[in-house]
Design a protein around this ligand. Sequence first.
Ligand code: GDP
Ligand code: MN
Length: 399
Amino acid sequence: MNIHEFQAKQLFGQFGIPVPKGKEIKTPLGAEKWAAALNSPVYVVKAQIHAGGRGKAGGVKLTKNRDEVPALAKELLGKTLVTHQTGPKGRKVRRLLIEEGATIAKELYLSLLVDRDSGWPVFIASTEGGMEIEEVAAHTPEKIVKEPIDPAVGFQGYNGRNLAFGLGLPAMEPTLLNPFVTMLGNLYRLFMENDASLVEINPLVITQDKRLIALDGKVSFDDNGLFKHPDVLAFRDLHEEEPLEIEASGNNLNYVKLDGNIGCMVNGAGLAMATMDVIKLAGSEPANFLDVGGGATKETVAAGFRILLKDRNVKGIFINIFGGIVRCERIAHGVIEAAKEVGIKLPVVVRLQGTNAEEGRKLLLESGLKVEVATDLWEAAQKIVAMTGKKRKKTAETA
Ligand code: GDP
Ligand code: MN
C-alpha cells in the first residue's frame, strides 16, 4: 500500500525526521487560512497524488506572495496531473500539501528498502538528489552509495557513518554528520516498526542555514503486515486505487487490471501467469490477472465474473482451472450458476484439467450455456483468441 506525501511527512515527524511545516488542504479557502497561519517568506503548494514526477508536470508551485496561495490551490485542485509515473490517463488532484518553502543549498537522495538478493534492508543514498534515481543509476552508478543493515543486529552508528562518508557529507558540511546519522537511525525505526517496504526521500535537502530536511516523502507498506498497523491502514486513499481491484480485494480475489481484452479467471497465481503468457503467445492480450485461489466456490466465480464484466475492454472470458484440491465438477457448477446469475453474453472458453475434469466438462456441455470447453491449454488459448479476434497485427501465417 502507498500513502500520500503529507501522510509520509506526518510519519517522519513522529519519528523525529525533520520536515517543513505544512498541512493537508482540500479547498482554496483552507489554503488562504493556512497560508495566513503559516506566514512564511516562501509557500510551496504541492499536488498530492500517489505518483512522483510532480515537479516537472507542474504539480509543485512556489510563491513568495501569500495572496497567490489560494489561486495556486484553485489551479491545482481538480486538475488531472500527468507525470511520467501516472500513465497517460493521469491522476486527479483532490488534496494539496501547503508548506513553508526551504532554501536549498544541496539536494540529496535517500531511501531504505528491502534488498531482494540478501533479504536485508538496504539504505541507498546519492549526492544527485532531486533527479530520478534510475537515471543516476544508469549514467553515474558511482554516485550511488549503499549500506545493507543486518536485521538481527539493527542499525548501528557505523552504518550511518559509512553512508555519510560514502556521500562525502562531512566534507560538504561537517556539522551535519551527527544529525544525518541520527536521521538514518530514525528512518530505520520507522521502516521496521511499520512493516514498510520502501521509504524514499528525494530530495533530502541541506538548507542554506545548514539543516537537513526531508522535502519529499514516499512510503510503501507490505500489505501482509497491514493488519498489525490500523493507524497506517487509516492512511489508505481508495481514490488512488483501481476500483475493480478494490472490489476484488473485498471478495478475497487477487486481481490486477491490465490493458488487453481477454478476461482471465484462473486458480493459482502461477497458472494465472502462465495463462497470460499463453494468451500473448496466441496473439492477443490479457485484460487482467485474476487468481480465484485454491478454494474457488460458486460465490468466488460469480464475483470474478462480475469484476471481469465491469471492464469494458473485455471481449471474451478464459477460465483456466487445474483441479488439485478443488474439484472440476464443483467449478463447472459454479460457472454454470454464476453465468446464469450474471447473464454472460460474451464468448467463454473453459479449460478444465485434473480432478473430475471429465465430469466438469460434461456438465458444461450439457448446461445449454454458450461455452466452449477445452482440455489443453494451448488449444483453449487459441479458441478464445479466435473468438475475440487477434489484437496484434496479423502475420502472413494467420492472414
Ligand atoms: P516530485 O517531483 O513529485 O518528486 O516532487 P518533489 O516534492 O520532489 O518536488 C519537486 C522539486 O520541487 C524538488 O526537487 C525541489 O527542487 C522543488 N521544491 C520542492 N519544495 C521546495 C522548497 O521548499 N523550496 C524550493 N526552493 N524548492 C522546492
Ligand atoms: Mn521527489
